[in-house]
Design a protein around this ligand. Structure first.
Ligand code: SAM
Length: 320
């Protein structure tokens, strides 16, 4: 029997998008959370570029990125869910910001952000002199970001190298053509990416990262668990309906669930990397949220599709 909650009308092989379309809009969504967090009285992270990057996409997006979600109306449940999602995004940003501080202290000067979206780390983190930050994403997404930041006079704090290419294509060739040196240790990041890749594309991505990682390279990943026992079709349907309701109040027609590949036997990222020679250090998002004072209930995170593992891995030899 076909399970309608697993139908993905929003994706096709080789699909592409602009910032407000399809998977591009998810970059606006997470940047809106970073903007809202930045505007909190005691923010866990500060992304001073997030609001302007989101607001440039139009008034509805600007509302989404506002400090208070007035657009939700007076539904307390919707406010609660919005708060959990904002806390989740703040904690994951904090985790990966911290990762970059760690790798630069180790002496790594070559950074590759896979599916960079509206990530502004090249502009907002304190990079040591000589650091190059390569950003891979779809061409229109990267163009939107660089144009918007330029228009606001933002200056990158590292050598910033956009690499417009699809991660399902031969992206290493483009990365190398842009100046990337596979002989140098690299710190890679895959944040907010894996659910948007089919399972085999995820394996291929990790294989290519490994094949282009000199000894001493690092990799950080956000791996959503999508545990079918907890993230049931009913829960997904519920989340979709609520999401639809919330977006309708803003006039945004984006269905994130329809963009994800969740019905496959996807490899567990930590297990896959450990089996291929990486030394992995992982933490459950629920534990990291508790540690940073943004605790959430584990079942609830799972029901919202926010149950993930955040991991940092190191490659001391070569991949197997
Ligand atoms: N990493 C960024 C962050 O956390 O702010 C963006 C995350 S956003 C949820 C997902 C991003 O993945 C989008 O910018 C989208 O364009 C990018 N993406 C998804 N699939 C991709 C692919 N096959 N090739 C290149 N980029 C892709």
């Amino acid at each position: 029997m076909t399970d309608l909650s697993d139908v993905r009308p929003g994706r096709a092989e080789g699909d592409s998008w602009d910032i407000t379309e399809s998977v591009g809009a998810t970059a606006l969504g997470v940047a809106a959370s970073r903007a809202a967090e930045t505007a909190q009285p005691e923010p866990l992270i500060r992304d001073e570029f997030a609001f302007l990057l989101v607001a440039a996409a139009g008034p509805a997006w600007a509302q989404l990125a506002g400090s208070e979600p007035h657009w939700i109306g007076d539904d307390p449940e919707a406010h609660r869910i919005h708060g959990i999602a904002r806390n989740y995004q703040a904690v994951r940003t904090h985790y990966f910001d911290d990762y970059f501080t760690e790798v630069t202290h180790e002496g790594i000067r070559q950074i590759v952000i896979l599916a960079a979206g509206l990530d502004s780390r090249a502009y907002r983190l304190d990079w040591p002199a000589g650091t190059a930050v390569y950003e891979i994403d779809q061409p229109k997404v990267l163009h939107y970001k660089t144009e918007t930041l330029q228009a606001h006079g933002a200056l990158a704090r590292a050598q910033h190298v956009p690499v417009p290419v699809d991660l399902r294509d031969d992206w290493p060739a483009d990365l190398i053509a842009a100046g990337f040196d596979p002989e140098q240790p690299t710190a890679w990041l895959a944040e907010g990416l894996l659910p948007y890749l089919p399972a085999d594309a995820q394996d291929r991505l990790f294989e290519l990262v490994g094949a282009h990682s000199a000894p001493g390279s690092r990799l950080a990943v956000e791996d959503f668990s999508m545990d079918p026992a907890r993230y049931t079709p009913e829960k997904r349907a519920e989340r979709r309906a609520r999401g639809e309701q919330m977006r309708a109040s803003l006039g945004l027609d984006i269905d994130v669930d329809a963009l994800m590949y969740t019905d496959d036997q996807r490899a567990d990222a930590a297990e896959w990397l450990a089996a291929h020679g990486w030394d992995v250090d992982a933490v459950a998002s629920v534990d990291e949220m508790a540690r940073l004072g943004r605790g959430a209930d584990a079942d609830e995170l799972a029901e919202l599709g926010l149950d993930s593992v955040l991991l940092r891995a190191r490659l001391d030899g070569v991949t197997r």
